[in-house]
Write a new protein. Structure first.
Length: 674
């Protein structure tokens, strides 16, 4: 039958014959059958009749059973009531009880019939005893009564709710939830009890199409086949980054041809899990929930659910066997590599820039890619220009969570190569570092040039040189080129006087950096990554433990980190071995100092025509940071005087920088000029 309600109503009409037979039997034997007040009180004749015994046991009706089988064969296994029976493992008796209980919700005449059979006009639903009588099962049957126990499929699956717990067992009313009755009639509207808790995700197939073509079957090949099996598993996916597990679960469900019922774990209470499972079973969907804030309670509730539906739970915590007595299928989601196809699928047109290079460093889920592209297109429309790599980077940076803000200072890169003055050798090494960050997934992942030992795919560099030689600015240029935020680790938020607390703070930083796309900058790194010493007392031992922890953590780090130091000799050799690249920043020569002065005084800074930048570069041996400080001082002096920056302002700024550095002024500078 193509009409979902057709078979159901036909079964209800067949049930009416069984109800009619029971009514005839009871009305013929009951001495108060003709009493117009029957059901409102118990007359003496009826009491004597009842005291005589329970009467003959119900006799099975072969004709009824045969008619029910014929209707079932005509409807086929796709009938909704049969789909429900298959999903929850209902027996023939369970199915008959469900039809008996739902009859008053489909046909009002059953209310009066049940009121008569219950001998109480106010009780218009089937009771446990009435259901057993109509099924031809003795009320004393242990097997029959067990179908109404708390762990029975009908009750545990929330297909039927027993009411009136204070009444005797056989008198308890049976209620079919409205969502179940509506489903049996063909209504697919979601359960109102789950509003805001779950949603039917119709985008799973689109997301699966956006997966990297180099990884057929998604990041977890073989899982889709298990989800299609007759006994689908409960799966726990341990995810390395937020959203990676949910994306892998959706991809597996889509590959298995299953719709996804996505549950919000922050709103999903363990008490609602049976309702969620019931909804998934009725829809033939897979449940996806994550990341779980507490894996134990929800995983245990799903493990105890009665229906066999595919359930995929995700979380950042490794699976704890103490969460549940049932053993789920535990899988580790591999670190997601960038898939340029996912970005192209979201863009309306082919961009006018190298999309592969612009997105190479991002390890985004399809949801994150979608949101990043949407934000980038909005910013491009706001600027009134075509989409650029800068817009895409801006949208991508918005997808990072702010978990690092407690221990690091966020810097949105605002400089580029034009702002950086470096000799050819360190500039070339910096470009090499950018290429390492872009191609690490291919070299370290596909080509397996770093495998085993729990090693991560991180890129760690050290910038060494005197103060002001451009180390921090180079880190900002690196972040800008990669389209990432720069997070400068605040040592005051890391170093702790109590033993073990510094390591805990560093672990939080590394763990959060592993879960997001950003460049991590340890400024003045020798304060944390210093050399180990001989152990003479407990302080030396704990200091060495801190260094040992950092050595191990750098091996497993999967992000991008830069260490800067003014004293390279203070960095432990073991750290140096774990660095991917070391860049030495030399003190600028006269030509570079001339370029730095010119850059600091570039428009819109007003500069007097008599300013001699060649003299400034030749006579003042200052690094880039000091030159910028001198230029800023000159700017304040000129602004206070209401004129362009003059040579006297620059000389005054340079003098102050010399004094800050504790250095003597050049002897050939006339005192009148200073």
């Amino acid at each position: 039958m193509t009409d979902p309600a057709g078979y159901l109503l036909a079964r209800i009409e067949l049930l009416r014959t069984r109800v009619r037979r029971l009514v005839e039997e009871r009305s013929g034997a009951d001495p108060s059958a003709g009493d117009e007040y029957r059901g409102l009180y118990v007359p003496p004749e009826t009491a004597k009749w009842l005291a005589g015994g329970p009467g003959p046991e119900p006799v099975p009706d072969p004709r009824y059973d045969r008619a029910a089988r014929e209707l079932a064969e005509a409807a086929g296994s796709e009938a909704r009531v049969h789909r429900l029976a298959a999903a929850f493992g209902l027996t023939a008796l369970d199915l008959e009880v469900l039809l008996i209980a739902v009859a008053p919700d489909l046909d009002r005449s059953f209310e009066a019939l049940y009121g008569y059979l219950n001998d109480d006009v106010s009780r218009r639903r089937a009771s446990v005893g009435l259901a057993l009588d109509l099924c031809g099962t003795p009320v004393s049957s242990a097997a029959g009564r067990a179908r109404f126990a708390a762990g029975a499929p009908l009750i545990a699956g929330r297909l039927i709710v027993t009411q009136d717990a204070d009444r005797p067992f056989l008198s308890r009313a049976l209620l079919v939830p409205d969502r179940v009755a509506a489903f049996l009639l063909g209504d697919d509207a979601p359960d109102g009890e789950l509003t805001g808790v779950v949603r039917l995700d119709g985008e799973a197939e689109d997301e699966a199409e956006a997966e990297d073509e180099a990884a057929p079957g998604g990041p977890l090949p073989g899982l889709a086949e298990r989800l299609r099996s007759a006994d689908p598993p409960l799966v726990y996916l341990h995810e390395p980054r937020p959203g990676a597990g949910v994306a892998a679960a959706r991809s597996a469900a889509a590959s298995a041809g299953l719709p996804v019922l996505a549950a919000d774990p922050d709103r999903l209470d363990a008490a609602l899990v049976p309702v969620v499972v019931r909804e998934a079973a009725m829809r033939g969907a897979a449940v996806v929930a994550g990341p779980l804030p507490d894996g134990g309670a929800l995983l245990r509730a799903f493990a105890e659910a009665s229906a066999k539906v595919p359930v995929l739970l995700t979380g950042p915590q490794p699976f704890d066997p103490g969460w549940s007595e049932a053993q789920p299928l535990v899988l580790d989601v591999p670190a997601r590599e960038n898939a340029a196809g996912a970005w192209r699928a979201e863009l309306p047109d082919e961009p006018g820039f190298d999309l592969d290079a612009a997105t190479a460093t991002y390890r985004f889920t399809p949801d994150q890619v979608r949101r990043a592209v949407r934000a980038a297109l909005d910013h491009a429309a706001l600027d009134g220009v075509p989409l650029s790599a800068a817009h895409l980077h801006r949208g991508a940076r918005l997808q990072n969570a702010g978990g690092l803000h407690k221990h690091a200072r966020r810097i949105v890169p605002a400089v580029g190569w034009d702002d950086l003055v470096l000799p050819a050798e360190p500039a070339g090494r910096l470009r090499e570092l950018i290429q390492r960050a872009r191609h690490r997934d291919r070299v370290l992942g596909e080509w397996r040039l770093r495998s085993g030992g729990g090693r991560g795919r991180g890129v760690v560099a050290m910038f060494a040189g005197d103060s002001g030689t451009g180390k921090t600015m180079s880190a900002e240029v690196l972040a800008a080129e990669l389209g990432l935020d720069l997070y400068v680790v605040e040592l005051s938020a890391v170093v702790d006087k109590y033993v073990g607390e510094t390591e805990k703070n560093l672990e939080r930083i590394f763990a959060e950096a592993d879960r997001m796309d950003a460049v991590l900058l340890f400024d003045e790194a020798d304060a944390v990554f210093g050399k180990r010493s001989d152990v003479r007392d407990a302080r030396d031992r704990y200091a060495n433990l801190e260094s040992a922890y950092l050595l191990q953590r750098l091996e497993s780090f999967g992000g991008i980190a830069v260490l800067t130091t003014n004293l390279r000799a203070n960095i432990d050799d073991a750290f140096t071995r774990r660095l991917d690249i070391v860049i030495d920043f030399p003190f600028p020569d006269a030509a570079q100092r001339r370029a730095l002065w010119e850059q600091c005084l570039a428009p819109p800074v007003p500069v007097d025509g008599a300013v001699d930048l060649d003299r400034c570069a030749r006579e003042f041996e200052l690094a880039g940071g000091a030159i910028r400080g001198a230029a800023v001082t000159a700017g304040y002096l000129a602004a206070a005087a209401g004129r362009p920056v003059a040579m006297a302002d620059l000389l005054a700024g340079a003098r102050r920088e010399y004094r800050k550095l504790g250095r003597l002024l050049p002897g050939d500078i006339p005192a009148a000029d200073l």
